[in-house]
Each structure stands twice: as C-alpha cells, then as structure tokens.
Design a protein around this ligand. Structure first.
Ligand SMILES: [Zn+2]
Length: 231
C-alpha cells in the first residue's frame, strides 16, 4: 500500500543525508496521506545504505503500525501529533543539522535578515519553549509535537507559512506540501541559520530586515498573488 508515498519518503530520507543534514541515523522524514489518514516514516535505526522504499513503515494517527516489518522511527509520535493538528502538511523532516541545531541549543529564534530567508519563511523561524521534566518523563515525543503547536499558536502563523521550527535544546523540524519539499526546506533552513549566525557576528546582533522587502519576497512566491516562476 501507498507505494508512491513510500518511494517519496524513502527519497526524502536519502536526500537529507546527501545534503549533509544527517549523519549516522540522526534524522527522519515522513509523508502523509490525508484521505487514508496514514503516515509513512523511516524505520527506527536502520542503516541508510541498506534500506529501500519497501522498508518504510505505514502508521495510523493513533500509532498503530499498519504495514511494515520494522519499528517506525522513535520520533513517530511527534510526526503523528503534527499531521493530526495540521492535516494540510504532506511532509515532515527532522534533523540535527549543525547550524539550525546551534540556534536550537542557544534557544535563539532565527529572525528574517535577508531575502534568502524571506523567499521561504514568512517571518521569524520560531523557537519552542524547552520541555519541562514532566513532559520529558512521559510521552516525550508526543509533547515535542505539542510545544511546536504551542509556538505556532503564540505567533499566529502556520507550519506552511513558516515551514521550519526549532525545538529548544534539541533541533529543527521542517515542513512541506510533500516529503521532498520538507527536505528542501530543511536544507534552506540550515543555510539560513548559518547565514544568520555570521550576519549577527558581523553586525553585532540580530537586526530584522525591512518588513516591506520580507513581504515582497515571500508573497511573490507564495499565496494567491504569487508571480514568481513559470505557471
Ligand atoms: Zn532529534
């Protein structure tokens, strides 16, 4: 079942390794079928060199394995929480990529500093609050999804407007309307984090870009009046 989605998820998992966002097994990509309400995710701890599309695990939103011979990624409850909350998402990627994770560990959001950021993220890439001891002790991965929802609600935006978030003391999650797009956004977030770090060093802190330029760049690529690229 879901053979196309399995292939897409498998390829997104390979892409994040190829792009240098993941070493060892420090990452996972998933995809969601909103009609069947099933997600497809990487198996837990399986070597990227030996896995194939058929090894991807199909899971329902309650966490039952519907198909697959492996256990799903240990982060699956975070993915389930997010697809349940935001059914418009079709892909989620989690990595411990170096620069985005540096911001996550510093508990620092990534303000928009230039058009590279603005082309993809309509404002600050937010940082969640750290999980408390109770949230860590019980249902940790599910609660990671909950703090992501909390920060999007606080800023009044959605994971498709700002397709990346930093979980404090942990690392980045990226989103998309496909697994491939989520992987792409994970790479862009990493580059934006790296540039933001260096920009802050040179300019002695974070000074957000002109809001009009942010609007211009985001809105010419996204939304109903977008005009960038080919129709
Ligand atoms: Zn992680």
């Amino acid at each position: 079942m879901l053979e196309t989605l399995k292939k897409d998820v498998y390829e997104a998992n390979l892409e994040i390794v190829k792009q240098g966002l993941v070493i060892y097994t420090w990452g996972n990509a998933s995809g969601f079928d909103p009609e069947k309400k099933l997600l497809v995710i990487k198996p837990s701890g399986v070597d990227y060199d030996t896995m194939g599309p058929e090894d991807m695990v199909v899971v329902d939103l309650d966490g039952n394995v519907v198909e697959g011979s492996y256990k799903p990624s240990s982060d699956t409850p975070t993915h389930r929480y997010l697809y349940k909350t935001y059914p418009e998402l079709r892909g989620i990627v989690h990595t411990h990529s170096q620069w985005a994770t540096t911001f996550a560990q510093a508990k620092q959001n990534i303000p928009p500093l230039g058009t590279t950021h603005a082309d993809y993220f309509y404002g600050t890439i937010p940082i969640t609050r750290p999980l408390n001891n109770e949230e860590i002790a019980k249902d940790y991965e599910w609660n990671t999804g909950a703090v992501i929802r909390e920060i999007y609600e606080n800023i009044g935006q959605t994971p498709l407007e700002i397709p990346g978030v930093l979980v404090a003391e942990h690392g980045p999650f990226a989103f998309g309307d496909s697994p491939a797009k989520a992987a792409h956004n994970a790479k862009v977030m990493e580059e934006v984090a790296k540039m933001a770090y260096h920009t802050a060093i040179l300019s002695g802190g974070f000074k957000s870009m002109n809001k009009q330029l942010l609007d211009k760049h985001y809105l010419r690529k996204h939304g109903k009046n977008a005009y960038y690229g080919q129709k």
